[in-house]
Design a protein around this ligand. Sequence first.
Ligand SMILES: [Zn+2]
Length: 402
Amino acid sequence: MTISDSRHPGAASPHPGSDSRHPGADATRPRVVFILGTGRSGSTVLDLLLGAHPDIQGVGELCNVVRGGWIGGQYCSCGRRTPECDFWQAVREQWRQESGGADPRHYEYLLQAFEQRRLSALRLAWTRRPDHLTLPARSGAEFRDYAEQTAALFRAIAAVSGRSIIVDSSKNPVRALALLRMDRDLGRIDLRLIHLVRDVRGFAWSNRKSFRKDEAKGVQADTSGRAIWRSALAWVFVNLASDYVRRGHDRRRTLLLKYEDLTSRPENALQALAGVVGVTADPWLEMLHAATPLRPGHVVAGNRVRMEREIRLRPDLEWQSRLSPADKRVCWMLAGWKAALYGYPMRPDQDRRSRGAAGQEADPPRAVPSGHPIPRPHFPRSAGKPPIEETARPPLHSHADG
Ligand SMILES: [Zn+2]
């Protein structure tokens, strides 16, 4: 088992087949765009946005498709239950052929074995780097089965959709680690990692909401809100784990993206995404200029937003006015150090006022209702460096629920 050393920027590409001018040129090694990070960070919207490209198929949280969709019969975003959805029926049949007759229940067992979240904490804690991850011999053989069947599922989706690039918005860093091993150790996929981050206070506010079970609307079970302190700690933990996995991958195939940047400077963000995914941004930019709403295709698991007929990329400042000062303080006390590293300011509203006072035009603080149209681009197409950095940046105020 060899590990390509892609950590050195000057090293030749370990994957010459992944030429960006020929997306998905290697049909045996499908290109997978994995959205990594916490839930409630806009990943479902990003999944749909990426999937609006003619070369890309978005499928939501693929880690839940077998259990929730094929076995559990959850609703697909097309409005049918997954076992009755033509797309997922065809994918299942194609997967069975590609994998040499694999059984969904056994595959679900393998998914649990290698993506189980609590184990992830231990694995990530005990191994210094993903490529130092060692597994017992039995697990090694099972990991190969897991990798074969997972790669077969990606190939099946590509074959049925006719699109060579698959977006998986599962987010779980442990699944990302497993996919990273499939890329680096086994050469089964060509992995691109998008680490999506949202302001911890927006995340905590969104997590505090409760939902009643409504399967047809994409809510699988009654959900009670989570305490602010728990959300803040979870946010730190998942983002640390996501940083760790992202840094273990070839830098040219990873991107750290703030959801706030995606909604406030979509052109820059889309150009950066296009570079990492290896496609042209033109189809997305045309959609942006035409203010075309996003239409969900066949997304099985993911935020309830997937069940809406039309989805718009929208900034959302609700947390700023609805989260109490005490809760904001708790968030910042527990997670502020990490949020500051991503460039989030402690007091976005004050910062905005001071910018306004300095003579720059300040964004008015808005609590934006749902259905706000895709914002028109604020920057010319040729704007140089994308707004994706891990250092301090001006405050951006927006969020999404999914
Ligand atoms: Zn469907």
